[in-house]
Write a protein that binds this ligand. Structure first.
Ligand SMILES: [Zn+2]
Length: 435
């Protein structure tokens, strides 16, 4: 009996100091400064490839440095890589000697700067079935891996225009695909058929663009080969069609809030100084335009060594479960969520399974890239995505957020991860996706 009282008292005292520590390290002014800076107009909405995202990266680097993190790679916190973009310059298509208006031509899946083919070079042509779905047929044809001219029924005019507008700014090319033999589909909208001959000449320009994640590390004490990743994406949409005066999509919730959490967690665990596993803190680039940052990151390490990934997205407003709550995407795919819940027992914070399974959130953020490689990689969020009117608008700014919610969620995550960073709990793996 005596012993029990003593143990309880010791536990109580431990929790007391714990609570004091975390409240001293992760403070509201600290969190506010991070999120305000990242979502300020000066960062211009942090679009990938823009000067604004460069400023945001420098800010995160400076924070990592003052916390005392080590760079993940070499001497700089920037994990740099390149993206190749193929931008269209001109297209010329003639069918039976008649030139097709450029606005009725769409080039899909091209990987070369100069694309020239004609019927004489034994390239083929096909016609879409007006009764079958547009994109489905395009995908099937592009799997045939050869240059083809594709005639598109006017019935598909709307879908055709949508894809054409989307591709007008250029196509992002995987480094591996460059210089591969081209297998392009050149789509022609209209009533035309091919009687004798056709010729396609497409000129494009390959541009090499620079991107960078920002990544720092706290080495593990006894299990340094076992990695725990904390992440948030720091890119956003940049300048968009706004309302009246404002055209900067500040992305305060999406995802300056998650990036803020990631930095604050780094500060906390560095002070705590008791992680047996190695902790990686990473701000991902290019989430909004295809997840290239997370893809590059996942190729630079061995995913089998990553024990867990805490990806944090949009924690700026109360979740549908009320104050001091957040949800975890893909809750049933591993026991990650259950471990987090267990660590929060006796605290005011609770985690819930993702209440919006129909939104496919598990696959809509950077965790999905690592999850496909077998990592228990989940996203933590509080966003009421089904009714969030500010999502991807110029109104996603600091003023529309509840900074108490951000603060409590960060502290909740900090406490929930403790048995994982100490090497006590290891979440079950998510089945690898074969490619
Ligand atoms: Zn986001």
């Amino acid at each position: 009996m005596k012993k029990t009282i003593y143990t309880l008292l010791a536990l109580f005292l431990a929790q007391q100091t714990w609570a004091q520590d975390i409240d001293k390290i992760i403070t509201k002014p600290y969190v506010d400064r991070l999120i305000k800076t990242l979502s300020s107009d000066e960062m211009q909405g942090r679009a990938t490839f823009s000067p604004g995202i460069d400023k945001a990266a420098s800010f995160i680097e400076a924070e990592f440095k003052s916390i005392g993190l080590k760079p993940l790679e070499g001497k700089t916190f920037r994990q740099s890589f390149f993206q190749q973009k193929l931008k269209p310059i001109s297209t010329k298509v003639t069918i039976d000697g008649k030139e097709i208006a450029a606005s009725n031509v769409l080039v899909y899946g091209n990987t070369v700067e100069s694309l020239v083919f004609d019927k004489a070079s034994s390239a083929e042509w096909a016609k879409l079935d007006p009764e079958k779905p547009f994109m489905g047929q395009i995908r099937t044809l592009s799997k045939e891996n050869k240059n083809q001219l594709v005639l598109v029924d006017p019935k598909f005019a709307e879908a055709f225009k949508r894809v054409r507008d989307y591709l007008a700014g250029g196509t992002d090319l995987d480094e591996k695909k460059i210089n591969e033999p081209s297998a392009a589909l050149v789509l022609v909208l209209g009533e035309a058929t091919v009687a004798n001959d056709f010729k396609v000449e497409v000129k494009s320009k390959l541009e090499k663009l620079s991107l960078f994640n920002v990544a720092g590390v706290i080495p593990g004490k006894s299990k340094a080969k076992e990695l725990v990743v904390f992440s948030g994406h720091y890119d956003h949409l940049g300048i968009i069609k706004g309302d009246g005066q404002d055209s900067i999509a500040n992305g305060a919730d999406d995802d300056a809030s998650g990036t803020t959490a990631m930095i604050a967690l780094a500060k906390y665990y560095k002070k705590l100084n008791n992680n047996e596993r190695t902790l990686i803190f990473v701000a991902f680039t290019a989430e909004e335009i295809g997840g290239f940052g997370a893809k590059h990151f996942s190729q630079k390490l061995n995913p089998d060594e990553v024990v867990a990934m805490f990806n944090i997205e949009m924690i700026g407003k109360d979740s549908k479960f009320g104050k001091n709550t957040a949800f975890i995407t893909g809750f049933d795919k591993s026991d990650f969520g259950k471990i987090l819940q267990k660590n929060l027992e006796g605290t005011e914070f609770t985690f819930h399974p993702d209440p919006y399974p129909q939104q496919n959130l598990f696959y809509r953020s950077d965790n999905a890239t690592l999850a496909a490689l077998g990592v228990p990689a989940h996203t933590i969020s509080t966003d009421q995505i089904d009714s969030d009117k500010f999502y991807h608008t110029v109104k996603d700014e600091y003023e529309t957020l509840d900074s108490d919610n951000i603060l409590s969620t960060i502290k909740g995550i900090a406490k929930s991860a403790i048995s994982i960073i100490k090497g006590i709990d290891t979440p079950t793996r998510i089945p690898k996706l074969s490619n």
